[in-house]
Design a protein around this ligand. Structure first.
Ligand code: ATP
Ligand code: MN
Ligand code: MN
Length: 289
């Protein structure tokens, strides 16, 4: 694959070039592709190189590299069944070549698009909240999920928040998973109304966190672990362990260089792909009040 403009600066105020991004994705590909491969994909592309005009792309455009695959979803009926996906490092490099700074994925595999393989609890804090409060929320969510019988793993988004991610054996369908997440968010907002809202409105969020359950519908996406972000500093969405999260002071503390180093070390999400957990009817009943 030919990389045009390898020395192009991708993030204002940093030294991060297009060539650096290719090296970055080469360094994290093994870890990242486990979350990315064969998932319906949306790209966030930067048009002008200064992060001020970005756009979401989820369909093929003329001239796009074949390394970013496109096709039709098998199972899903109705609209939006044309998708993009990536299978390998060449796909990631093709993304970089077209100034894609973010890779967002569905929670299901394109071969079984009706059955999610993960849930994401996206903690979106009001701007005035400290990261300590975001972390506390993540730990609370972990503990409640744990009490229900679900293990979870934390992702610092590379932006403002934390995603608490729950891998699932693909058995429950999107309706069940989405209802569970919504019920969970509403229960939390009712139990701890000084910290949480289950309503998207920014005005109502004042001093609190929105537990964004909307990531969990069919066709919704969340940032893929190890994806770079289209935000200043060239930060990355990074999997961390619960122990590490305790000591972090921000969700955007890893840039591409720090994240590439991390990917050579121990996997902070050990056990994630072997969790073997199913969203049961009993779990769904616990959060439904
Ligand atoms: P932060 O921690 O700063 O909130 P984030 O990745 O969680 O970072 P959100 O704005 O909460 O960002 O969005 C959560 C997810 O929702 C995104 O990762 C993305 O996949 C999806 N999303 C957000 N905005 C759009 C959009 N305009 N079109 C499609 N998907 C979107
Ligand atoms: Mn968020
Ligand atoms: Mn959100």
């Amino acid at each position: 694959m030919k990389l045009t403009n390898p020395d192009k600066l991708m993030y204002p105020g940093t030294s991060i070039t297009k060539a650096h991004l290719v090296s970055y994705y080469a360094a994290v590909a093994d870890r990242m592709l486990r979350h990315l491969r064969h998932r319906p994909l949306s790209l966030v592309r930067d048009t002008d190189g200064d992060l001020s005009k970005t756009f979401f792309q989820k369909h093929r455009l003329p001239g796009m590299s074949e390394a970013i695959r496109s096709g039709q979803l098998q199972k899903m009926s109705g609209k939006d069944s044309k998708i993009l996906w990536i299978e390998d490092l060449a796909g990631l490099v093709a993304g970089v070549q077209m100034n894609a700074l973010e890779f967002h994925v569905w929670g299901s595999d394109r071969h079984a698009p009706d059955l999610p393989e993960r849930m994401v609890f996206d903690i979106d804090p009001d701007e005035e909240l400290s990261f300590a409060e975001v972390k506390q929320a993540a730990f609370d969510i972990r503990d409640i999920l744990g009490a229900i019988g679900l293990k979870s793993w934390p992702l610092v988004s590379g932006g403002k928040g934390v995603h608490v991610v729950v891998p699932l054996v693909p058995e429950a369908d999107w309706d069940e998973v989405k209802s569970f997440c919504q019920d969970f968010a509403e229960l939390l907002a009712k139990t701890d109304p000084s910290s949480f809202v289950a309503n998207m409105s920014k005005a109502r969020r004042k001093g609190r966190m929105f537990l964004d359950y909307l990531r969990n519908g069919q066709g919704s996406t969340a940032i893929c672990p190890w994806s770079t972000r289209a935000r200043s500093g060239g930060t990355v969405a990074v999997p961390v362990s619960w122990e590490e999260l305790q000591d972090l002071d921000r969700a955007n503390g890893f840039d591409v260089f720090a994240a590439a180093d991390r990917a050579q070390g121990q996997d902070a999400w050990e056990g994630y792909f072997d969790a073997g957990q199913v969203l049961t009817e009993a779990m769904q009943r616990v959060v439904k009040r």
